[in-house]
Design a protein around this ligand. Structure first.
Ligand SMILES: [Zn+2]
Length: 424
């Protein structure tokens, strides 16, 4: 089998500090070898690229993704475009997923989509019908009557919408979760509190502990996981105690939350970029309240990061003012605005992203035996994290050992050397 060899690279493996003069050998869909220093086991059939010091890093993962989002309506606080027929929304999602892959994101974990569109897109990608990243399919939002995202005025229509599966009571939550899983959801989304992007106060849980516990148990029983929109300290502690897998946003986080999350292995997807961008373009009392939470998170996130809490990238792109495609802007935000070291933010985007996909054993780092999802970057993202924002700097994108993008030429000289070495 022909191998692809990336040699003379600066290697950012997704976890440890960079190593120079690295060689990554890819065979089939996997990383066969990672060597630092001289490489000498080439053969004449190898496809060799001398990277002259360019950086190889894992493909990134968006940990909070809405493939169908197109913007927010102030009237309903719901994403606009949800009124479109399912087929239109699916085509929109397919376009966004392709954008994600070409922005260097080889994996996405959904934070919710209507009409089981995620599961359909995941199937279509796996079948090669459309181009896109590896997906963890999301659900409709499973939440209670009148919760913060149940934004339609009561006289407008039924409680259950394409985006939201509105249920009350523990048994109803169990049934709703099983229904979402039946439709292909692997990650159930629950709105547990208001706050953060929902522009409402966040006084505590919007569902009962029994409802939340039943949802989590029902999901786990069928091998699915649960993520919840939470912007309240007490609600974080309750949800983590009940076994929640992913805290979205996590406004109100404190040291006790961090400790409990570390004990339970709970992920945090802070998605701070959305409130940051909203606060730049809007004003008023609701924005002020959001900013107050945001600045508290600026203080606690570096503490959580130093404590080793598993955090990932991902935000409400598609909801204005975050456009789809500009996903890597988030990395620069965490480095420059929040003060997280670039190496750590890259670990959020890669190693922790693979773990959030529940595939840490085969995704997220450049490690022998893992799937070859990787990027070749023109420059060093540790020195300038903003490099990742421009697709011009992504010289190669590889998913499962196949180039999705390739702007490198093969090294003829290297091939000749290897040929003579092989015949010697
Ligand atoms: Zn979201």
């Amino acid at each position: 089998m022909q191998r692809i060899v990336l040699t003379n690279a600066r290697l950012l493996d997704g976890d440890k500090p960079p190593r120079d003069k690295a060689t990554i050998v890819i065979k089939g869909d996997r990383v066969e070898r990672v060597i630092t220093g001289p490489w000498s086991d080439g053969n004449s059939t190898d496809e060799v690229y001398d990277l002259v010091g360019r950086t190889v890093m894992p493909g990134m993962v968006i940990g909070h993704y809405h493939a169908t989002y197109t913007g927010y309506s102030a009237a309903t606080v719901l994403p606009v475009g949800m009124e479109a027929p399912p087929a239109v929304q699916t085509i929109r999602a397919a376009n966004h997923l392709k954008l994600a892959l070409h922005a260097g994101f080889t994996g996405v974990v959904s934070a919710g989509a209507p009409y089981a569109i995620d599961a359909a897109c995941k199937d279509a990608i796996d079948q090669g019908l459309i181009e896109g990243p590896r997906m963890v399919a999301g659900s409709r939002d499973v939440s209670t009557t009148g919760h913060s995202q149940d934004g339609f005025a009561w006289h407008w229509g039924p409680g259950t919408t394409s985006q939201t599966n509105i249920v009350d009571g523990a048994d109803a939550f169990r049934r709703a979760v099983r229904e979402e899983i039946k439709r292909g959801a692997e990650m159930i989304k629950i709105f547990a509190t208001a706050g953060h992007g929902t522009f409402g106060p966040s006084p505590g849980l919007e569902l009962s502990e029994e409802e939340l516990g039943a949802a989590i148990d029902a999901a786990h029983q069928r091998g699915a996981r649960v993520r919840a929109h939470i912007a309240h300290r007490g609600a974080i502690l309750t949800a983590v105690r009940l076994g929640l897998d992913v805290v979205d946003h996590g406004d109100g986080l404190d040291q006790e939350c961090i400790d409990r999350m570390l004990e339970k292995g709970t992920f945090l997807v802070p998605s701070m970029f959305y409130p940051f961008r909203v606060s730049q373009v809007a004003s008023g009392p609701q924005i002020d309240a959001m900013k107050k939470d945001m600045y508290e998170m600026y203080k606690i996130l570096p503490v959580a990061n130093r404590a080793g809490l598993a955090m990932t990238l991902g935000d409400d792109h598609g909801a204005q003012p975050l456009d789809h495609g500009n996903y890597a802007d988030e990395l620069e935000f965490y480095v420059k605005e929040v003060g997280i070291p670039a190496l750590d933010v890259i670990r959020w985007a890669t190693k922790f992203g693979g773990e959030l996909m529940n595939r840490g054993h085969e995704l997220g780092t450049i490690t022998e035996g893992k799937l070859a999802d990787l990027l070749v970057v023109d420059g060093d993202p540790i020195k300038d994290i903003a490099l990742l924002r421009s697709q011009d700097n992504l010289l190669a994108i590889m998913k499962g050992g196949k180039f999705v993008r390739l702007r490198l030429s093969q090294s003829q000289a290297q091939n000749a050397n290897m040929r003579s070495f092989a015949s010697a």
